[in-house]
Design a protein around this ligand. Structure first.
Ligand code: NAD
Ligand code: IPM
Ligand code: MN
Length: 354
């Protein structure tokens, strides 16, 4: 049964790093993987061509695919657009329509990169944290939202942070299940000290653990403290469960523990049987876009996550990850990692390892 991978290269460095992931997928296909790779417009390029970041046609193809692999979206040319039609709004709609509520963001420091982090080797060597970020709720989606002009002429901006107990429990369940394949430890982060929805988060996560996951060691940490603990002693964490906004911020922070934002892949998954959405956690990097120097590792590692979680090929996922590691072991580095290789040359090194 041939499966379908829909590639959404997007904007900025998105097409540059996606091209490397596509080459890797092509190599696997040449060696017998029954996979068809298709492409569709998404993000700023879709705004330019079709007026909206996510067309009905691209959405329909995403919902039909077995997995979707995205590059990145956004950039200064679309930043003044009204919020609802910006590239980022298309990404939120895609996540929501695909119902991928659990975003897995592994932050792993490859041995070869232990000196690439801005933190000392002694703190990051062997680091392996899995973030489970809630992805389809919270302040990203809450209503009301918008900007209004008040009677006195001031403007008032509103976003709403909101979670229901079932939204919290379904992502917590994903975290607990994954913890059973790791160290049986979960640290959940929120701001229960100042937010009602944060307290609800804490209570629901604890209640699910007590009812169904007594084998899991669960602890709770305020998100501001976690931001500090992640640089003080990051290896105290194995699996971190948190909401949409804190997960966004803390995973970017954790990326620097691995050497570069260009190293972190992600998998967004929903209920069993639904297609997953795979994307590097980095953005379109307008500051380096078009120069051919972006690190493609996060995109290639995102393909590996797609192979594992949606395409039924976990052994190939492991091979792709090993190929990235082999390239790094041989000293292959893009500039963000302190090297001089181009995106294409880094791709060559990964393919050589494959
Ligand atoms: P960014 O992640 O694009 O870049 C932050 C910094 O990291 C930049 O200095 C960039 O050069 C560097 N960087 C990121 N990825 C890299 C890579 N693969 N290799 C080497 N260096 C890399 O974040 P930003 O600049 O704050 O945002 C730019 C745009 O991207 C915004 O429009 C934002 O909304 C969007 N964005 C999109 C996604 C996504 O599509 N999933 C994620 C984050 C940000
Ligand atoms: C990410 C990005 C997105 C987010 C933006 C582009 C909508 O920062 O995937 O980390 O905030 O979720
Ligand atoms: Mn982000």
């Amino acid at each position: 049964m041939t499966k379908t991978l829909l590639l959404l290269p997007g904007d900025g460095i998105g097409p540059e790093v996606s091209a490397v992931a596509r080459r890797v997928a092509g190599r696997l296909i040449n060696h017998g993987l029954p996979l068809t790779v298709e492409e569709a417009p998404f993000g700023g390029v879709s705004i330019d061509a079709h007026g909206v970041p996510l067309t009905d046609a691209t959405l329909a193809r995403a919902l039909q695919a077995d997995a979707v692999l995205m590059g990145a979206v956004g950039g200064p040319q679309w930043a003044n657009q009204s919020y609802a039609t910006r590239p980022e709004a298309g990404l939120l709609k895609l996540r929501s329509e695909m119902q991928v509520y659990a975003n897995l963001r592994p932050a792993r420091c490859f041995t070869a990169l232990a000196d690439a982090s801005t933190l000392k080797r002694v703190y990051v060597e062997g680091l392996d944290i899995l973030f489970v970020r809630e992805l389809t709720g919270g302040v990203y989606f809450g209503e009301p939202r918008g900007v209004e002009t008040l009677a006195d002429g001031q403007r008032r901006g509103v976003n709403t942070h909101v979670y229901t107990s079932s939204e919290i429990r379904r992502v917590a369940r994903v975290a607990f299940e994954l913890a059973r394949g790791r160290k049986h430890e979960v640290v959940s982060a929120e701001k229960a000290n100042v937010m009602e929805a944060g307290l609800l988060w804490r209570e629901e996560v604890q209640a699910l653990r007590d009812a169904e996951y007594p084998d899991i060691k669960l602890s709770h940490m305020l998100a501001d403290n976690m931001a500090m603990q992640l640089v003080k002693n990051p290896r105290q964490f194995d699996l971190i469960l948190t909401d949409n906004l804190f997960g966004d911020i803390l995973s970017d922070e954790a990326a620097m523990l691995t050497g570069s934002l260009g190293m972190l892949p992600s998998a967004a998954i929903g209920d069993a049987g639904r297609a997953g959405l795979y994307e590097p956690i980095h953005g379109s990097a307008p500051d380096i876009a078009g120069r051919g120097i972006a690190n493609p590792c996060a995109a290639v590692l995102s393909l590996a996550m797609a192979l594992r979680h949606s395409l039924g090929a976990p052994e190939l996922a492991a091979r792709v990850e090993a190929a990235v590691e082999a390239a790094l072991d041989k000293g292959a580095r893009t500039p963000d990692l302190g090297g001089t290789l181009s995106t294409v040359a880094m791709g060559d090194a990964i393919l050589a390892g494959l």
